[in-house]
Design a binder for this molecule. Structure first.
Ligand SMILES: Cc1cc2nc3c(=O)[nH]c(=O)nc-3n(C[C@H](O)[C@H](O)[C@H](O)COP(=O)(O)O)c2cc1C
Length: 279
């Protein structure tokens, strides 16, 4: 199921312009008298009427306090208070009003959240993370990620993948040293994960392992965690450090942790550059 919250408005055009220009929301569906805006997982509809509904609260939430502070700078003129911690709910927030007086809240949750991202956000916003916060990855979160990995496709449904979770610092340091700068990100994270496939269970451990690794990365991102594909790990060394059977395939060893600031967003090609329609 999905959902939309609709509000009646006397000033449809002004309100839509405000949410588009000030909050970077996009028109998701235009029904002329009603416009539905979207941003992240929020769908917000406004419908033309002879009165305006202004009750309730529209809450926008961000990944961290810094983002809330940034929003405060943008909204100083309509904010009704400064950003502050709310100990009762363990959140960081400030309030503002839209042009018709609707209550807006800008906040960051100061604790781990259940997944909330849209599918297209997961596909488009995943990045390779090489720096991580010094924050523990709880086993409960790891288990949730691994539960999603059960849906990774495998050759003849062999389910040949398995994941070696490494928290031992000495082993992490050894793995990180295998390929110099290329494998260095492994030691920046609290956890390393070797994604493997059993050579006993399938004839195609490479394909099964590679797909499972990407499935793992997307699921980890869904839970707010960062990963980075580290390629070309000297597989013999990895297998020796982690006691992995000789016939099994090691797809990658990825760092796993809560990402620290990410500066460099690689550009992407235009789709016209990478598809060919055959005549
Ligand atoms: C097959 C493959 C090998 C990669 N090897 C490494 C690596 O050894 N070390 C590393 O830091 N990143 C590695 N990466 C991550 C890429 O550098 C990264 O995906 C690319 O720069 C695009 O950035 P993005 O993942 O943030 O979109 C690898 C990615 C792939 C798919």
């Amino acid at each position: 199921m999905s959902g939309i919250i609709f509000n009646k408005t006397k000033k449809l055009s002004e309100i839509v312009t405000f949410y588009k220009e000030k909050l970077n929301m996009e028109i998701w569906d235009d029904q002329t008298k009603c416009k539905i805006l979207s941003k992240g997982n929020l769908l917000l509809g406004f419908c033309e009427s002879d009165f305006s509904e202004t009750e309730g609260m529209i809450t926008f939430f961000y990944e961290d306090k810094q983002m809330v502070d940034k929003m405060y700078k943008n909204f100083k003129d309509i904010a009704t208070c400064k950003p502050r911690e709310n100990e009762e709910f363990n959140i960081y927030q400030f309030f503002a009003k839209d042009p018709e007086g609707r209550n807006l809240e800008f906040q960051a949750f100061l604790y781990d959240l259940a997944p909330y991202k849209r599918g297209d956000e997961i596909l488009r916003k995943r990045r390779s993370y090489r720096r991580f916060k010094k924050k523990e990855v709880k086993d409960t979160v790891l288990k949730k990620i691994l539960k999603d990995c059960r849906y990774s496709p495998t050759s003849m449904n062999s389910e040949s993948y398995y994941f070696v979770i490494v928290k031992n610092r000495k082993k992490i340091e050894k793995l990180a040293a295998i390929r110099g700068n290329s494998s260095k990100p492994i030691k920046e994270a609290p956890v390393a994960v070797a994604v493997c496939a059993s050579g006993e269970k399938t004839k195609r451990p490479k394909q099964d392992g590679d797909i499972a690794a990407y499935h793992f990365m997307l699921s980890a991102f869904n839970y707010g965690l960062g990963t980075c594909w580290i390629a070309d790990m000297n597989r013999k060394k990895v297998k020796k450090i982690l006691d992995i059977p000789e016939n099994d395939f090691v797809a990658t060893v990825t760092p796993l942790g809560y990402p620290d600031k990410y500066k460099n967003k690689p550009d992407r090609r235009k789709i016209e550059e990478f598809f060919i329609v055959q005549k």
